[in-house]
Design a protein around this ligand. Sequence first.
Ligand SMILES: Nc1ncnc2c1ncn2[C@@H]1O[C@H](COP(=O)(O)OP(=O)(O)OP(=O)(O)O)[C@@H](O)[C@H]1O
Ligand SMILES: [Mg+2]
Length: 373
Amino acid sequence: MVATMNKFSKDAPVIEVDGLNHFFGSGDSKTQALFDNKLKVRPGEIVIMTGPSGSGKTTLLTLIGTLRTVQSGSLKILGEELNGMSQAGLTAVRKKIGFIFQAHNLFGSLTAYQNVKMATELVGQKNKEVKPRIEQLLTRLGMGERIHYKPKSLSGGQKQRVAVARGLIHSPRIVLADEPTAALDEESGRAAVTLLREMADRDGCTVLIVTHDNRILDVADRIINMVAGRIKNDSDIHETEKICEFLQATEFFSDLTPRTLADVANNIEARVFEPGEAIVSQGDDGLEFFMINEGSVTVERTDVAGKTETLKQLDKGSYFGEVALIKNQPRNASVIAKTKTTCYVLDREEFRAVVDTSDSFESELRKALFERN
Ligand SMILES: Nc1ncnc2c1ncn2[C@@H]1O[C@H](COP(=O)(O)OP(=O)(O)OP(=O)(O)O)[C@@H](O)[C@H]1O
Ligand SMILES: [Mg+2]
């Protein structure tokens, strides 16, 4: 007999959410907390989730953690579908997950050490092997002096650090953390996220953190924004950084604060055009603004007699599309990709938002409008 191979491959998403809905209550009081969510998280990725209170962050986190039953849609953990899974299956999945929740629920009668040890017993790790690891982990989190204290003799932040250790001691494949650093000072918060970053880089551990703590955003590979039950913004930090660099190098974005710059970058879409492809067509409605990141384009205008004239060539760093956008007019020329071209694209609303926040952007635009008409 051939042993069943686990179909889960090393680079496959560790968390895969698709069309996920969630409801609370029933009958007239039934309310929907999550709407059609989609999310993929890969091995070794750290994803930070932010969003207003009541937007559904904890609901999503507890669904991923098998602490709630999936009602509608698909949720796969390590390649296994949780929707419809047996209790035994769910328990097995749960053992591969580490939880750091803010309501720490430590056992009052157990010491810090014993509380952490409980987590290893649940997954069947041996006493002898875990002792040095528990001591090391608690020390690393700045709890070396208080290993044998009970929760009642610990501060809120110290209890939270025990909860962090308890969530990580069994070397989980996935860590789910809900405001893990809220009760921590800068230094202990940093120690905790550095530990998570190491686990992600070294062991391919996947980490999902719900937080409002902007001191730890730099640890993330991606930031997700949850609004009213929907994942609204899923941005890759490294891509965002690249876009920020590009924007900063263009004169008209140079005076934006890093924060506005990051907001803009988050809302930009990178689009690739093949040689000969029309990026905008004369006569169309102008709904988007384009900046060339790679490649070159020609601007062409066709007159009433049907004669087409090439007006100019634009290259990396140039922009186009602003005239029609501002004047609410149809495109006055076509722009054709000459080579393979990558453009950063802003839609009308986002474009307006930038214009409103940037003086240099506005004066650049005025100049452009003046010159181009
Ligand atoms: N057990 C429950 N029964 C009924 N409604 C619930 C329950 N848990 C959450 N909700 C509702 O679902 C919505 C999402 O709640 P959730 O706890 O996921 O929000 P959150 O984003 O984690 O908020 P916070 O930042 O305040 O922790 C809210 O409207 C909340 O009132
Ligand atoms: Mg919450």
